[in-house]
Design a protein around this ligand. Structure first.
Ligand code: FES
Length: 150
């Protein structure tokens, strides 16, 4: 087996593990709530997160979708918990670059998220992978707008 097919197998296992044993599945009370859906298939995700002093204290998700979208949401919540907002948004930008097949900043350790790299070769699945990250970006914008009003 070549190095690349070994890596593909490993990545597939990481994706299936997140799909079957999702991290941070559920709903947080008294939190920012974001509902997003993938218009191409109708699959949906609800992201709830708590932001304190510019830091993501906690994040959970629930929803219905394909293995890529659910695994990506699991990985995303795992990655952003405990991070400051700036770092979380930076990760979102890096992930977006990765999905578009662009060079991406590798100075931040993406952990399990690396396993989704191969999705960039399947344009129809990119929306699946980015659904939860779009929810994150919308949630941060909501939080910032709420801050302006107070
Ligand atoms: Fe619907 Fe992937 S097919 S989110």
């Amino acid at each position: 087996m070549s190095f690349n097919s070994n890596l593909d197998t490993l990545y597939r296992q990481v994706i299936m593990d997140h799909y079957k044993n999702p991290r941070n599945r559920g709903v947080l009370n008294d939190s920012i709530v974001v509902d997003m859906n993938n218009p191409t298939c109708g699959d949906r995700i609800r992201l709830t997160m708590k932001v304190e002093d510019g830091k993501v204290d906690d994040a959970k998700f629930e929803g219905e979708g394909c293995s890529i979208s659910m695994a990506s949401a699991s990985m995303m919540t795992q990655a952003i918990k405990g991070k400051d907002i700036e770092t979380a948004l930076n990760m979102s930008k890096i992930f977006s670059d990765m999905m578009q097949g662009n060079e991406y900043d590798d100075s931040i350790d993406l952990g399990d998220i690396e396993a989704l790299q191969g999705v960039s070769k399947f344009p129809a699945r990119i929306k699946c992978a980015t659904l939860s990250w779009k929810a994150l970006e919308k949630g941060v914008a909501t939080d910032e707008n709420a801050g302006d009003k107070s």
